[in-house]
Write a protein that binds this ligand. Structure first.
Ligand code: TXA
Ligand code: MG
Length: 311
């Protein structure tokens, strides 16, 4: 059910959950000061309770009251990339943020989304937690119809059209003296490196304890029902192919296109819609063309495709 921004704000203030567009993917929003609504998000998504949520705000000053120390280069990153698809994980004062949002951690993830409707909504409601608006494990939603596919036709959605980036935000985690990447995303590590003066290292686990640095990364993700295979040479492939407009797959049964192989932004924007379309069409097996570079935004696409195939 499509709703307008005023109704979305009213529902959130009343402790309801609504879906909200961002420039990356749609989010399932609840007000940060409504723990029972946040609980409801976990139930709706079947999301494990130890997977914390990103707190979305309208301006950097909205974060000040929660933060224990402001890490080096926080202001530089915020100035360069906010509003935008960067999430920053930093230490927070305990007791201020409901533990259900942070999964009880002493850190929290923050981001200012770059979508006019999301920003308008946030200015009316204050901070909102928003995980991606998909059932846990399924591909994220990049338009309102995807949200309705997962949560039903009567679920309230603020319709902001097609998401521009199409993949989730990049997550940087402050790790004692440096920023590390906990999740690849819509902003490439090169872009972040230019602002930081060093390339953030991708880390999956805390060195001392072995605990996952970004809890969500250990779960099944982005996966359609189809069995996916990755390949760099599809000349002989007779299966359904996920590939590119400017390439020829002479033996393919059918081709689902990620756009041009020259523009990773195209592929990112289409990726989840293509994975969802496979399910809608009842495709059981498909091969993905991964003859793509391992640089910039392509790195994010490699990571998502590998995860989708593993699922
Ligand atoms: O683009 C996005 O980031 C979207 C839109 C809606 O903003 N949101 C999103 O949320 O992708 P979600 O819940 O699907 O992914 C959030 C990720 C999870 O992997 C979670 O473990 C991680 O952020 N995360 C949240 N708080 C964290 C924290 N304190 N420390 C480490 N990782 C954290
Ligand atoms: Mg997600």
């Amino acid at each position: 059910m499509r709703i307008a921004v005023i109704e979305a704000a009213d529902r959130l203030r009343n402790g309801e959950v609504v879906a909200v567009p961002t420039e990356t993917v749609y989010g399932l929003a609840a007000s940060l000061n409504r723990p029972e609504a946040i609980q409801h998000i976990f139930r709706l998504k079947s999301r494990p309770k130890n997977n914390p949520l990103i707190i979305h705000v309208a301006s950097p000053s909205d974060i000040q009251e929660y933060v224990s120390i402001v890490p080096t280069a926080f202001d530089k990153l915020a100035a360069a990339f906010w509003p935008g698809p960067l999430t920053l994980v930093i230490g927070v004062n305990s007791n201020i943020i409901p533990p259900i949002a942070t999964a009880g951690l002493l850190t929290a993830a923050f981001r200012i989304p770059r979508h006019p409707l999301a920003l308008e909504l946030l200015s009316l409601t204050g901070p909102l937690v928003m995980p991606s608006a998909n059932l846990s494990g399924k591909p994220s939603a990049t338009n309102a119809a995807h949200v309705e596919e997962d949560f039903g036709e009567t679920f309230p959605v603020l319709d902001g059209g097609q998401c521009h980036a199409g993949v989730e935000s990049t997550i940087l985690i402050w790790n004692s003296d440096r920023w590390c990447a906990g999740r690849l995303g819509a902003i490439s590590l090169d872009e972040l490196g230019e602002v930081l003066g060093y390339m953030p290292e991708v880390i999956n686990r805390v060195k001392s304890s072995g605990a996952p640095i970004c809890p969500g990364q250990m779960y099944r993700h982005y996966a359609p029902k189809a069995l996916l295979t990755l390949s760099r040479d599809l000349k002989l492939c007779r299966e359904v192919v996920i590939g590119f407009d400017n390439r020829i797959y002479p033996n393919a049964e059918k081709v689902y296109s990620l756009g041009s192989s020259i523009f990773p932004e195209d592929a990112a924007q289409r990726l989840y819609a293509v994975l969802r379309q496979l399910d809608a069409d009842g495709v059981e097996r498909a091969t993905i063309d991964i003859d793509i570079p391992k640089t910039g935004l392509w790195m994010t696409l490699h990571e998502r495709l590998e995860k989708a195939a593993r699922g």
